[in-house]
Design a binder for this molecule. Structure first.
Ligand code: ASP
Length: 440
Protein backbone atom coordinates (compact mmCIF):
# COMPACT_ATOMS: atom_id res chain seq x y z
CA UNK A 1 0.00 0.00 0.00
CA UNK A 2 1.19 3.50 -0.74
CA UNK A 3 2.26 5.69 2.09
CA UNK A 4 0.24 8.77 3.01
CA UNK A 5 1.75 11.97 4.36
CA UNK A 6 -0.30 14.81 5.82
CA UNK A 7 1.68 18.03 5.49
CA UNK A 8 0.78 21.12 7.46
CA UNK A 9 2.35 24.44 6.49
CA UNK A 10 2.48 27.25 9.03
CA UNK A 11 1.90 30.96 8.53
CA UNK A 12 5.47 31.98 7.72
CA UNK A 13 5.70 29.12 5.21
CA UNK A 14 2.74 30.63 3.35
CA UNK A 15 3.22 34.32 4.08
CA UNK A 16 3.56 35.45 0.46
CA UNK A 17 3.69 34.12 -3.10
CA UNK A 18 7.36 33.13 -2.98
CA UNK A 19 6.83 31.17 0.24
CA UNK A 20 3.77 29.48 -1.28
CA UNK A 21 5.90 28.50 -4.28
CA UNK A 22 8.48 26.95 -1.95
CA UNK A 23 5.74 25.03 -0.15
CA UNK A 24 4.25 23.89 -3.47
CA UNK A 25 7.64 22.61 -4.63
CA UNK A 26 7.97 20.61 -1.41
CA UNK A 27 4.43 19.24 -1.78
CA UNK A 28 4.90 18.24 -5.39
CA UNK A 29 8.31 16.65 -4.78
CA UNK A 30 6.71 13.66 -3.07
CA UNK A 31 3.40 12.19 -4.30
CA UNK A 32 2.88 10.70 -0.84
CA UNK A 33 2.06 14.21 0.38
CA UNK A 34 -1.63 13.87 -0.34
CA UNK A 35 -3.29 16.06 2.26
CA UNK A 36 -2.08 19.58 2.87
CA UNK A 37 -3.29 21.65 5.82
CA UNK A 38 -2.68 25.38 5.41
CA UNK A 39 -2.40 28.25 7.86
CA UNK A 40 -3.31 31.84 7.06
CA UNK A 41 -0.48 34.02 5.71
CA UNK A 42 1.78 34.88 8.64
CA UNK A 43 4.49 37.48 9.06
CA UNK A 44 6.83 38.23 6.14
CA UNK A 45 9.19 40.25 8.34
CA UNK A 46 9.37 40.79 12.08
CA UNK A 47 7.03 43.75 12.43
CA UNK A 48 4.61 42.55 9.78
CA UNK A 49 1.05 41.59 10.77
CA UNK A 50 -0.45 38.13 10.49
CA UNK A 51 -3.64 38.00 8.44
CA UNK A 52 -5.35 36.30 11.41
CA UNK A 53 -4.49 39.25 13.65
CA UNK A 54 -5.84 41.65 11.04
CA UNK A 55 -9.07 39.68 10.87
CA UNK A 56 -9.43 39.84 14.64
CA UNK A 57 -8.86 43.59 14.40
CA UNK A 58 -11.69 43.88 11.84
CA UNK A 59 -13.99 42.06 14.22
CA UNK A 60 -12.98 44.26 17.14
CA UNK A 61 -13.54 47.37 15.06
CA UNK A 62 -16.95 46.11 13.98
CA UNK A 63 -18.19 45.41 17.51
CA UNK A 64 -16.90 48.79 18.67
CA UNK A 65 -18.96 50.36 15.90
CA UNK A 66 -15.82 51.57 14.09
CA UNK A 67 -15.15 51.45 10.39
CA UNK A 68 -13.36 48.21 9.59
CA UNK A 69 -13.12 48.79 5.84
CA UNK A 70 -9.50 50.05 5.95
CA UNK A 71 -8.27 46.92 7.72
CA UNK A 72 -10.29 44.71 5.42
CA UNK A 73 -8.80 46.55 2.45
CA UNK A 74 -5.28 45.81 3.67
CA UNK A 75 -6.15 42.11 3.90
CA UNK A 76 -7.67 42.20 0.41
CA UNK A 77 -4.53 43.83 -0.96
CA UNK A 78 -2.33 41.23 0.61
CA UNK A 79 -4.28 38.37 -0.89
CA UNK A 80 -4.57 40.20 -4.22
CA UNK A 81 -0.78 40.47 -4.32
CA UNK A 82 -0.38 36.75 -3.66
CA UNK A 83 -2.96 35.88 -6.33
CA UNK A 84 -1.32 38.16 -8.89
CA UNK A 85 2.17 36.82 -8.24
CA UNK A 86 1.01 33.23 -8.38
CA UNK A 87 -0.72 33.99 -11.67
CA UNK A 88 -4.00 32.32 -10.77
CA UNK A 89 -7.56 33.32 -11.43
CA UNK A 90 -9.28 33.96 -8.09
CA UNK A 91 -12.18 36.19 -7.13
CA UNK A 92 -10.89 37.72 -3.88
CA UNK A 93 -13.50 40.49 -3.84
CA UNK A 94 -16.47 38.19 -3.40
CA UNK A 95 -14.66 36.38 -0.53
CA UNK A 96 -13.97 39.69 1.18
CA UNK A 97 -17.50 40.95 0.59
CA UNK A 98 -18.84 37.86 2.36
CA UNK A 99 -16.65 38.66 5.39
CA UNK A 100 -17.81 42.30 5.40
CA UNK A 101 -21.42 41.19 5.21
CA UNK A 102 -21.01 38.83 8.17
CA UNK A 103 -19.23 41.49 10.21
CA UNK A 104 -22.11 43.89 9.58
CA UNK A 105 -24.52 41.20 10.77
CA UNK A 106 -22.72 40.85 14.11
CA UNK A 107 -20.85 37.57 13.60
CA UNK A 108 -18.74 36.14 16.43
CA UNK A 109 -14.93 36.55 16.17
CA UNK A 110 -14.40 32.93 15.12
CA UNK A 111 -15.92 33.30 11.69
CA UNK A 112 -13.77 36.20 10.41
CA UNK A 113 -10.68 34.74 12.13
CA UNK A 114 -11.14 31.48 10.25
CA UNK A 115 -11.25 33.19 6.86
CA UNK A 116 -7.47 33.62 6.87
CA UNK A 117 -6.92 29.90 6.43
CA UNK A 118 -10.09 29.45 4.37
CA UNK A 119 -9.03 31.88 1.64
CA UNK A 120 -5.36 30.89 1.73
CA UNK A 121 -6.24 27.22 1.34
CA UNK A 122 -8.51 27.96 -1.61
CA UNK A 123 -5.69 29.92 -3.25
CA UNK A 124 -3.18 27.14 -2.63
CA UNK A 125 -5.57 24.46 -3.89
CA UNK A 126 -6.03 26.45 -7.07
CA UNK A 127 -2.29 26.92 -7.49
CA UNK A 128 -1.63 23.21 -6.99
CA UNK A 129 -4.60 22.16 -9.10
CA UNK A 130 -5.94 20.20 -6.12
CA UNK A 131 -9.31 19.81 -4.49
CA UNK A 132 -10.25 22.19 -1.65
CA UNK A 133 -12.12 20.64 1.30
CA UNK A 134 -13.63 23.06 3.79
CA UNK A 135 -12.69 22.17 7.37
CA UNK A 136 -16.22 23.06 8.51
CA UNK A 137 -17.47 20.02 6.60
CA UNK A 138 -15.11 17.51 8.19
CA UNK A 139 -14.11 18.85 11.63
CA UNK A 140 -16.88 18.96 14.19
CA UNK A 141 -17.17 20.36 17.68
CA UNK A 142 -19.81 19.45 20.24
CA UNK A 143 -22.03 22.10 21.79
CA UNK A 144 -19.63 22.53 24.68
CA UNK A 145 -16.78 23.29 22.29
CA UNK A 146 -14.81 20.04 22.51
CA UNK A 147 -13.87 18.12 19.39
CA UNK A 148 -16.41 15.51 18.36
CA UNK A 149 -13.72 12.94 17.63
CA UNK A 150 -15.85 10.07 16.37
CA UNK A 151 -17.81 12.18 13.90
CA UNK A 152 -14.72 14.11 12.78
CA UNK A 153 -12.48 11.11 12.22
CA UNK A 154 -15.07 9.11 10.29
CA UNK A 155 -16.33 12.02 8.16
CA UNK A 156 -12.83 13.27 7.35
CA UNK A 157 -11.64 9.77 6.54
CA UNK A 158 -14.49 9.08 4.17
CA UNK A 159 -14.34 12.45 2.45
CA UNK A 160 -10.57 12.68 2.09
CA UNK A 161 -9.70 9.12 1.16
CA UNK A 162 -12.10 9.44 -1.77
CA UNK A 163 -9.77 12.15 -3.09
CA UNK A 164 -6.24 11.64 -4.23
CA UNK A 165 -5.06 15.07 -3.17
CA UNK A 166 -6.67 17.85 -1.13
CA UNK A 167 -5.97 21.11 0.66
CA UNK A 168 -7.75 21.66 3.97
CA UNK A 169 -7.73 24.94 5.92
CA UNK A 170 -6.34 24.73 9.43
CA UNK A 171 -7.55 26.34 12.64
CA UNK A 172 -11.32 25.73 12.58
CA UNK A 173 -14.28 23.40 12.29
CA UNK A 174 -18.01 23.73 12.85
CA UNK A 175 -20.41 23.60 15.78
CA UNK A 176 -23.59 21.49 15.68
CA UNK A 177 -25.57 24.53 14.47
CA UNK A 178 -23.19 24.87 11.52
CA UNK A 179 -21.44 28.01 12.77
CA UNK A 180 -17.66 28.27 12.68
CA UNK A 181 -15.51 27.59 15.71
CA UNK A 182 -11.74 28.00 15.83
CA UNK A 183 -9.18 26.21 17.93
CA UNK A 184 -7.01 28.39 20.14
CA UNK A 185 -4.25 30.40 18.46
CA UNK A 186 -1.77 28.34 16.48
CA UNK A 187 -4.49 25.73 16.07
CA UNK A 188 -3.68 24.72 12.49
CA UNK A 189 -1.20 22.31 14.08
CA UNK A 190 -4.18 20.61 15.70
CA UNK A 191 -6.05 20.42 12.39
CA UNK A 192 -3.01 18.80 10.79
CA UNK A 193 -2.89 16.21 13.52
CA UNK A 194 -6.62 15.47 13.22
CA UNK A 195 -6.36 15.07 9.45
CA UNK A 196 -3.30 12.81 9.77
CA UNK A 197 -5.22 10.67 12.24
CA UNK A 198 -8.40 10.58 10.13
CA UNK A 199 -6.65 9.34 6.99
CA UNK A 200 -4.39 7.11 9.08
CA UNK A 201 -1.32 8.78 7.62
CA UNK A 202 2.11 7.21 7.92
CA UNK A 203 3.58 10.56 8.81
CA UNK A 204 2.43 14.02 9.92
CA UNK A 205 4.82 16.63 8.56
CA UNK A 206 4.69 20.03 10.19
CA UNK A 207 6.45 22.57 8.00
CA UNK A 208 7.56 25.74 9.73
CA UNK A 209 10.45 28.22 9.70
CA UNK A 210 12.92 26.38 11.92
CA UNK A 211 14.79 23.15 11.28
CA UNK A 212 13.23 21.37 14.22
CA UNK A 213 13.01 21.69 17.94
CA UNK A 214 15.98 23.06 19.82
CA UNK A 215 17.40 21.38 22.91
CA UNK A 216 17.37 24.67 24.85
CA UNK A 217 16.05 28.20 24.50
CA UNK A 218 18.18 29.99 21.85
CA UNK A 219 17.59 33.32 23.60
CA UNK A 220 19.62 31.93 26.50
CA UNK A 221 21.97 29.32 25.02
CA UNK A 222 24.00 30.26 21.95
CA UNK A 223 23.15 27.98 19.00
CA UNK A 224 21.71 25.03 20.92
CA UNK A 225 21.68 21.67 19.14
CA UNK A 226 18.58 20.62 17.25
CA UNK A 227 16.81 17.59 18.67
CA UNK A 228 16.76 14.96 15.94
CA UNK A 229 14.50 12.50 17.71
CA UNK A 230 12.18 13.00 20.63
CA UNK A 231 9.33 10.98 22.12
CA UNK A 232 5.81 12.32 22.49
CA UNK A 233 6.23 12.20 26.26
CA UNK A 234 9.49 14.12 26.25
CA UNK A 235 7.90 16.69 23.99
CA UNK A 236 4.98 17.11 26.39
CA UNK A 237 7.35 17.71 29.28
CA UNK A 238 9.45 20.23 27.39
CA UNK A 239 6.44 22.04 25.90
CA UNK A 240 4.79 22.32 29.27
CA UNK A 241 7.92 23.94 30.58
CA UNK A 242 7.92 26.52 27.85
CA UNK A 243 9.63 25.05 24.80
CA UNK A 244 7.35 25.84 21.92
CA UNK A 245 7.38 24.23 18.53
CA UNK A 246 3.88 22.79 18.19
CA UNK A 247 0.46 23.67 19.58
CA UNK A 248 0.05 21.79 22.87
CA UNK A 249 -3.00 19.85 21.69
CA UNK A 250 -1.46 18.77 18.41
CA UNK A 251 0.23 15.72 19.82
CA UNK A 252 -2.86 13.89 21.09
CA UNK A 253 -4.69 12.79 17.90
CA UNK A 254 -1.59 11.37 16.20
CA UNK A 255 -0.11 9.98 19.37
CA UNK A 256 -3.12 7.73 19.92
CA UNK A 257 -2.63 6.28 16.46
CA UNK A 258 1.18 6.09 16.72
CA UNK A 259 1.72 8.44 13.77
CA UNK A 260 5.09 10.21 13.99
CA UNK A 261 5.35 13.97 13.59
CA UNK A 262 8.22 15.46 11.64
CA UNK A 263 8.97 19.15 12.20
CA UNK A 264 10.55 20.52 9.00
CA UNK A 265 11.79 23.84 7.66
CA UNK A 266 10.17 25.19 4.48
CA UNK A 267 13.19 27.46 3.97
CA UNK A 268 15.64 24.61 4.33
CA UNK A 269 13.82 21.51 3.10
CA UNK A 270 16.91 19.30 3.03
CA UNK A 271 17.26 19.42 6.81
CA UNK A 272 15.83 16.37 8.55
CA UNK A 273 14.20 18.42 11.29
CA UNK A 274 12.88 16.77 14.43
CA UNK A 275 11.09 13.43 14.45
CA UNK A 276 8.57 12.99 17.24
CA UNK A 277 7.44 9.40 17.86
CA UNK A 278 6.32 6.99 20.57
CA UNK A 279 9.86 5.75 21.14
CA UNK A 280 13.36 6.67 20.07
CA UNK A 281 14.82 4.75 17.13
CA UNK A 282 16.80 1.71 18.33
CA UNK A 283 19.97 2.65 16.53
CA UNK A 284 20.40 6.19 17.83
CA UNK A 285 23.22 6.84 20.21
CA UNK A 286 21.90 6.57 23.75
CA UNK A 287 21.77 9.90 25.43
CA UNK A 288 20.48 10.71 28.85
CA UNK A 289 19.12 14.16 28.24
CA UNK A 290 17.06 15.29 25.26
CA UNK A 291 16.30 18.87 26.15
CA UNK A 292 16.13 21.53 28.82
CA UNK A 293 13.31 24.00 29.35
CA UNK A 294 12.07 26.14 32.15
CA UNK A 295 9.85 28.90 33.36
CA UNK A 296 10.16 31.77 35.78
CA UNK A 297 7.51 33.07 38.11
CA UNK A 298 6.76 30.41 40.71
CA UNK A 299 6.14 30.69 44.43
CA UNK A 300 6.79 27.99 47.00
CA UNK A 301 4.49 27.75 50.02
CA UNK A 302 6.26 25.59 52.57
CA UNK A 303 4.16 24.24 55.40
CA UNK A 304 5.88 22.77 58.42
CA UNK A 305 4.28 20.84 61.26
CA UNK A 306 5.89 18.42 63.71
CA UNK A 307 4.62 14.88 63.33
CA UNK A 308 2.92 15.82 60.10
CA UNK A 309 3.68 12.41 58.66
CA UNK A 310 1.48 10.77 61.31
CA UNK A 311 -1.52 12.89 60.37
CA UNK A 312 -3.46 11.10 57.65
CA UNK A 313 -4.83 13.37 54.95
CA UNK A 314 -2.67 16.42 55.76
CA UNK A 315 -1.31 16.68 52.23
CA UNK A 316 -4.71 16.10 50.67
CA UNK A 317 -6.31 18.81 52.79
CA UNK A 318 -3.54 21.23 51.88
CA UNK A 319 -3.88 20.58 48.16
CA UNK A 320 -7.66 20.89 48.38
CA UNK A 321 -7.26 24.41 49.73
CA UNK A 322 -5.36 25.36 46.58
CA UNK A 323 -7.75 23.46 44.31
CA UNK A 324 -10.85 24.95 45.92
CA UNK A 325 -9.46 28.39 45.19
CA UNK A 326 -8.68 27.60 41.58
CA UNK A 327 -4.89 27.60 42.01
CA UNK A 328 -3.37 24.48 40.41
CA UNK A 329 -0.13 23.16 41.89
CA UNK A 330 2.90 22.51 39.75
CA UNK A 331 5.05 20.48 42.15
CA UNK A 332 4.72 19.23 45.66
CA UNK A 333 7.99 18.12 47.24
CA UNK A 334 7.61 16.64 50.72
CA UNK A 335 9.79 16.02 53.77
CA UNK A 336 8.94 14.21 56.99
CA UNK A 337 7.49 17.25 58.69
CA UNK A 338 7.26 19.58 55.70
CA UNK A 339 5.36 19.85 52.51
CA UNK A 340 5.86 22.53 49.86
CA UNK A 341 3.39 23.50 47.21
CA UNK A 342 4.85 25.17 44.15
CA UNK A 343 2.40 27.37 42.28
CA UNK A 344 2.29 30.06 39.65
CA UNK A 345 3.00 33.35 41.43
CA UNK A 346 0.36 35.44 39.66
CA UNK A 347 -2.36 32.88 40.38
CA UNK A 348 -1.34 32.51 43.99
CA UNK A 349 -1.15 36.26 44.63
CA UNK A 350 -4.77 36.70 43.56
CA UNK A 351 -5.87 34.22 46.28
CA UNK A 352 -3.06 34.66 48.77
CA UNK A 353 -5.08 35.95 51.76
CA UNK A 354 -7.75 33.29 51.69
CA UNK A 355 -5.36 30.41 51.03
CA UNK A 356 -3.09 31.38 53.92
CA UNK A 357 -6.07 31.86 56.22
CA UNK A 358 -7.44 28.42 55.37
CA UNK A 359 -4.05 26.74 55.85
CA UNK A 360 -3.72 28.35 59.29
CA UNK A 361 -7.28 27.56 60.36
CA UNK A 362 -7.72 24.08 58.92
CA UNK A 363 -4.23 22.62 59.30
CA UNK A 364 -2.79 24.44 62.27
CA UNK A 365 0.82 24.36 61.02
CA UNK A 366 3.90 25.36 63.04
CA UNK A 367 5.27 27.57 60.25
CA UNK A 368 4.37 28.71 56.80
CA UNK A 369 7.24 30.03 54.67
CA UNK A 370 6.61 31.73 51.38
CA UNK A 371 9.37 32.09 48.82
CA UNK A 372 8.75 34.02 45.65
CA UNK A 373 10.89 34.47 42.52
CA UNK A 374 11.42 30.80 41.93
CA UNK A 375 12.17 29.36 38.49
CA UNK A 376 11.56 25.75 37.58
CA UNK A 377 13.91 24.09 35.11
CA UNK A 378 13.15 20.66 33.66
CA UNK A 379 15.94 18.47 32.39
CA UNK A 380 14.14 15.91 30.25
CA UNK A 381 15.24 12.63 28.71
CA UNK A 382 13.93 9.08 28.40
CA UNK A 383 17.51 7.87 28.67
CA UNK A 384 17.78 9.13 32.23
CA UNK A 385 16.35 5.90 33.66
CA UNK A 386 19.17 3.84 32.29
CA UNK A 387 22.04 6.29 32.65
CA UNK A 388 23.81 6.26 35.97
CA UNK A 389 25.18 9.49 37.32
CA UNK A 390 22.83 11.87 35.49
CA UNK A 391 21.66 13.53 38.69
CA UNK A 392 25.21 13.78 40.02
CA UNK A 393 26.34 15.50 36.85
CA UNK A 394 23.38 17.85 36.90
CA UNK A 395 23.89 19.02 40.47
CA UNK A 396 27.65 19.29 40.00
CA UNK A 397 27.07 21.59 37.02
CA UNK A 398 24.79 23.83 39.06
CA UNK A 399 27.16 23.86 42.04
CA UNK A 400 30.11 24.75 39.80
CA UNK A 401 28.09 27.63 38.37
CA UNK A 402 27.45 28.87 41.90
CA UNK A 403 23.71 28.21 41.76
CA UNK A 404 21.79 27.46 44.92
CA UNK A 405 19.21 24.74 44.23
CA UNK A 406 16.01 25.57 46.11
CA UNK A 407 13.84 22.68 45.06
CA UNK A 408 14.32 19.23 43.55
CA UNK A 409 11.61 17.07 42.06
CA UNK A 410 12.01 13.96 39.96
CA UNK A 411 9.00 12.71 38.03
CA UNK A 412 8.10 9.13 39.00
CA UNK A 413 8.80 7.87 35.48
CA UNK A 414 12.38 9.15 35.74
CA UNK A 415 11.83 11.10 32.59
CA UNK A 416 12.73 14.42 34.10
CA UNK A 417 14.48 16.12 36.95
CA UNK A 418 13.05 19.46 37.91
CA UNK A 419 15.09 21.93 39.85
CA UNK A 420 13.91 25.15 41.40
CA UNK A 421 16.36 28.06 41.40
CA UNK A 422 16.15 31.80 42.04
CA UNK A 423 14.78 33.75 39.09
CA UNK A 424 18.10 35.61 39.08
CA UNK A 425 19.97 32.34 38.54
CA UNK A 426 17.66 31.12 35.79
CA UNK A 427 19.71 31.94 32.68
CA UNK A 428 22.98 30.93 34.33
CA UNK A 429 21.49 27.57 35.33
CA UNK A 430 20.13 26.80 31.87
CA UNK A 431 23.55 27.52 30.33
CA UNK A 432 25.39 25.42 32.92
CA UNK A 433 22.98 22.51 32.47
CA UNK A 434 23.16 22.72 28.69
CA UNK A 435 26.96 22.69 28.71
CA UNK A 436 27.14 19.73 31.05
CA UNK A 437 24.24 17.59 29.89
CA UNK A 438 23.80 18.24 26.17
CA UNK A 439 26.70 20.09 24.57
CA UNK A 440 29.52 17.72 25.52
N1 ASP B 1 -3.73 31.50 11.85
C1 ASP B 1 -3.98 31.03 13.19
C2 ASP B 1 -3.17 31.84 14.16
O1 ASP B 1 -2.47 32.76 13.78
C3 ASP B 1 -3.79 29.57 13.34
C4 ASP B 1 -2.44 29.04 12.92
O2 ASP B 1 -1.71 29.65 12.16
O3 ASP B 1 -2.11 27.93 13.33
O4 ASP B 1 -3.23 31.58 15.33
Amino acid sequence: MNRIITAKFGGTSLADASQIRKAAAIIKSNPERRYVVASAPGKRFSDDMKITDMLYTCHKESIEGKDFSETLKKITERYAGIIRELGIDFDIDSEMNAIAENLKNGTSADYPASRGEYINSKIIAKFLGWEFVDASEIIFFTDNGTLNEAKTFSTAEERLLALEYAVIPGFYGSLPDGSIKTFSRGGSDVTGSIIARSVNADLYENWTDVSGMLSADPRIVKSPKTIENITYTELRELSYMGASVLHEDAVFPVRKAGIPINIRNTNSPDDNGTMIAASLPKDIKRRAVTGIAGRKGFTSIRVEKSMMNGETGFGAKLLYIFADNGVPFEHCPTGIDTISVIVNTAMFESKREIILRLIKNDLNPDYITIEKNLSAIAVVGEGMVSTKGTAAKLFRALADAGVNVRMIDQGSDELNIIVGVDDDDYEKSICALYDAMIKE
